[in-house]
Structures are given as structure tokens and as C-alpha cells.
Design a protein around this ligand. Structure first.
Ligand SMILES: Cc1cc2nc3c(=O)[nH]c(=O)nc-3n(C[C@H](O)[C@H](O)[C@H](O)COP(=O)(O)OP(=O)(O)OC[C@H]3O[C@@H](n4cnc5c(N)ncnc54)[C@H](O)[C@@H]3O)c2cc1C
Length: 404
């Protein structure tokens, strides 16, 4: 029995048994097409349909939004059951939930800052994946310096007219809605920002253009707004309070979320996958795993993975977290760098065979590792680069002097 299980209350243990059984009995059949490695690379309509159907099925079984109040479409639990689902999803090796921005960022932000009406209207569709969400924060001149956002919303009576250019917008090609940071005044960098929920799919005044990544795939986009008109009821929180609302989103995006299918999931199986790869790939005519240097590298990596797991566990011990976000805020940084290390190590294990790419029958594991290696750089940039994340930890957690 795992340590997490030992700590379950009788009710939680019963729920865990249900989740485990349900996942075992309802694992979806492998599709006849390639599934992407993460929600940020979903490209085709058949991939979207398959992944939406899976999230919907899990939602109907009570595995998504478990801790969210029933009035907003959730399960209404009050004892951290989403964490149990996330742990079991990790063990079950099932597909991910496609609506990652909705689950991890939009829903938590709406639950903190939205009106009662907004919560009731938007959260259920996020949980079920009936409505896919995207995030319009970054602009060509405002990534790390997010407060420099220039997309402008001008008030016209009960309406807002939005003009501007967002970029790197993951999932916008499937999105019904976007969480959008806009400038509503040029007088003050921070207080001149407001936060909106805006329609994307089929909306007049919105153009979504795909961007191609180093992998040759897409998944994110440019989004252009030309006189998009939205009612004031789509504003989240007060005019001029957009920066504070955005900070809530970023807190969840960068590690605070206990959203469905979260960070612990990816740590669970990666060492096993590397060992399995080492057994199958040959080096000098022998399985690569028999090379002492590589074995040692895998063991070092496994130790690092274990340390990360223990760090996440420490986050649940109140006495160890004088600053409440101290450990969760490390999640995005260490998780993304760990994944990068994993794929780099996999390429070493594969040796020259790592040069075969997708579509080549000689590529080990269908070229999953070279693809993961290239994707891993995007993950250390998305949601704030590793450099910026280190600055945040230094300034806000360790109290070091602010960077200029
Ligand atoms: C795969 C992927 C998905 C994304 N999805 C979305 C999305 O859905 N929605 C969205 O809004 N955005 C998205 N982004 C954008 C992402 O949030 C930005 O790329 C990121 O915030 C960095 O901003 P930038 O690209 O403008 O780089 P810049 O801010 O121009 O940074 C360039 C370099 O300078 C460094 N740097 C900048 N400032 C500092 C500093 N103060 N101290 C030290 N170093 C610094 C950075 O670390 C980086 O190496 C995505 C990006 C990627 C790669």
C-alpha cells in the first residue's frame, strides 16, 4: 500500500477503490491514429473528439472537478478527492484531459473572481470539456513582462470593443472561450489592466492562425482581435483589477493547482519507461541497460525523481511551509526541467537511433523521445520561463532583492 493510501480516511479509501476500479474497467481503446504527448499538441479534429469524449466520460463518472461545488457542476467533495483521482490517473496510464487551460487556469480563476452567474455558466462546460478554453496573455511584446500587454478594450456603454494581437495561444484552434488580459487604460501599467472572458469560436472580429513548432506540429496560435464586441457581463472582477486576477491565474498555472490530472502524474512512470527503453535498445550488440555508465545515469535520474516526489509531499505538511506557496511554486520549474532531463537521457540511451523521427519504422518507440525532447523546451518556456520562475522564487519566497 502506498503512503498516500495509508493516509486515506475510510471514505477516501472507498473513493480510491472506486476510481481505481473504474479506470481499469473503462480504459479507452487505443485510437487508430497517433495521440499527442500533451494537451498543448492536439492538432486534428479526430484527436480532439477522442480526448473530449474521454474527459466527458471521466466527468460523468465523477472524476473531474470532484472538489468543486455541485452548483458549479462539480462533485461537491470537501476532502481533497481530486488529488486521489490524479494519483490514480497517473498509475492507470490513461489519456490526459484535453481541457487543460480550462481545468488548470480558467475554472480556478472564475471560482475566485467570478460572479455567481459566471461560475454557474462557465465552470460546468470546462469540467465536461463541452467548451474548450484558451489563455490570451502573451503578446509579441509582452511575455515575461506580462504587465506590458497592449491589447486594448475600449468601453462603449454596456459593451467593450477589443483590438490587439495575442500569441502562443495554445488550443485556440479548438477553443470556445478565452481568458483574456487587456489594457483598459494607458495611465498606469498595472492598474490599467482588466480581465475578460471572450468568445473565440466563430466570433466576429477574431482570427486564429496556427503557428508551427520545431517539431513540425502545431498546437498554438496567433489570435488577432479586430473590433471584437463583448458585453460588460463578460468582464471578470473590477475594471483595473486585471493584474490581480492574472496573478491568481498564474499562481494556479505555475504550480498551485490541484486540478484534474496534475503534475504528479508525469513523474510516476518516466523511470520505468527509461528502464524499459534501455532493455529494448541495443548498444554494441547488447541491451543498452547493460552499459554501466547508462545504468548509473538512470539511477541518478531516479533519485532526482524521488526527491521531487518527496518535495511535493512536503508541500502537504503545514509546519514545513512557512510561505504557503513555497513548495508548490517550485512545481512548474522542477517538473518541466525534470521532463527535459528525462527525454535527453532517453536520447542518450537510444544512441544514433534517436535520429530517426516520426514516420520512420526504425525509430524506437515511434520517435516518442526525440519528439518529447523538442517539446520539452516549450514546456520550460510556457507559463513563465525557468529564468523568470527562479526570479519569482528568489524574490517572493526567499526575499532576495528584486531583479531590475
Ligand atoms: C509551448 C508553449 C505554449 C504556450 N501557451 C501559451 C498560452 O496558451 N497562452 C499564452 O498567453 N501564452 C502562452 N505561451 C507563451 C509563454 O507564456 C511565453 O512564451 C513566456 O511567458 C515567455 O515570454 P516570451 O516568449 O515573450 O519571452 P521573453 O519574455 O521575451 O523572454 C526571452 C528570454 O529572456 C529571459 N528573460 C526575460 N525576462 C527576464 C528576467 N527578468 N530575468 C531573467 N531572464 C529574463 C527569458 O527567460 C527568456 O529566456 C506559450 C509558450 C510556449 C512555449
Amino acid at each position: 500500500m502506498s503512503e498516500a493510501e495509508q493516509k486515506d480516511t475510510p471514505e477516501q479509501a472507498e473513493f480510491r477503490a472506486y476510481v481505481r476500479k473504474w479506470l481499469k474497467e473503462n480504459r479507452p481503446a487505443k485510437p487508430g491514429f497517433r495521440l499527442p504527448q500533451s494537451p498543448l499538441e492536439v492538432m486534428t479534429e479526430e484527436q480532439r473528439q477522442y480526448l473530449c469524449a474521454w474527459q466527458r466520460k471521466c466527468y460523468d463518472a465523477g472524476l473531474v472537478g470532484v472538489d468543486i461545488p455541485k452548483a458549479y457542476g462539480g462533485g461537491g467533495a470537501t476532502d481533497k478527492r481530486q488529488r486521489i483521482v490524479n494519483q490514480e490517473l497517473g498509475h492507470a496510464d490513461v489519456p490526459f484531459f484535453i481541457n487543460v487551460i480550462g481545468l488548470g487556469m480558467a475554472a480556478p480563476t472564475i471560482l475566485v473572481h467570478g460572479t455567481e452567474e459566471q461560475k454557474r455558466r462557465y465552470v460546468p462546460g470546462i469540467l465536461s470539456s463541452d467548451e474548450i478554453w484558451c489563455q490570451g496573455f502573451s503578446e509579441p511584446g509582452a511575455g515575461s513582462d506580462l504587465a506590458n500587454s497592449q491589447t486594448f478594450a475600449e468601453r462603449k456603454g454596456d459593451m467593450w470593443v477589443i483590438n490587439g494581437h495575442k500569441v502562443w495561444t495554445s488550443l485556440a484552434h479548438f477553443a470556445s472561450w478565452m481568458i483574456l488580459l487587456c489594457r483598459t487604460s494607458r495611465d498606469d501599467k498595472y492598474k490599467g489592466l482588466s480581465y475578460f472572458i471572450v468568445p473565440i469560436k466563430g466570433a466576429k472580429g477574431v482570427t486564429v492562425r496556427p503557428l508551427i513548432k520545431i517539431t513540425g506540429e502545431t498546437g498554438f496560435n496567433e489570435v488577432l482581435f479586430e473590433n471584437l464586441e463583448v458585453p460588460d457581463t463578460l468582464r471578470l472582477d473590477q475594471v483595473g483589477n486585471g493584474w490581480n486576477v492574472a496573478m491568481t491565474t498564474l499562481l494556479y498555472e505555475r504550480g498551485a493547482a490541484e486540478s484534474a490530472g496534475g503534475a504528479e502524474r508525469s513523474l510516476t512512470s518516466v523511470v520505468d519507461r527509461l528502464v524499459s527503453l534501455g532493455k529494448r535498445v541495443k548498444r554494441d550488440g547488447r541491451p543498452a541497460i547493460e552499459d554501466e555508465t547508462l545504468r548509473d545515469r538512470i539511477v541518478q535520474f531516479a533519485i532526482k525523481g524521488e526527491a521531487i516526489k518527496q518535495t511535493f509531499r512536503r508541500a502537504r505538511v503545514p509546519a514545513l511551509t512557512a510561505h504557503p506557496m513555497r513548495i508548490p511554486l517550485q512545481g512548474k520549474l522542477i517538473g518541466s526541467e525534470f521532463s527535459q532531463l528525462a527525454s535527453a537521457l532517453a536520447l542518450e540511451i537510444e544512441g544514433p537511433a534517436a535520429n530517426y523521427y516520426m514516420g520512420d519504422p526504425k525509430a524506437p518507440d515511434g520517435a516518442a523521445w526525440p519528439l518529447a525532447y523538442m517539446n520539452s523546451y516549450g514546456i520550460t518556456i510556457a507559463a513563465g520561463t525557468s529564468e523568470v520562475q527562479r526570479n519569482i522564487l528568489g524574490e517572493r519566497v526567499l526575499g532576495l532583492p528584486k531583479s531590475k
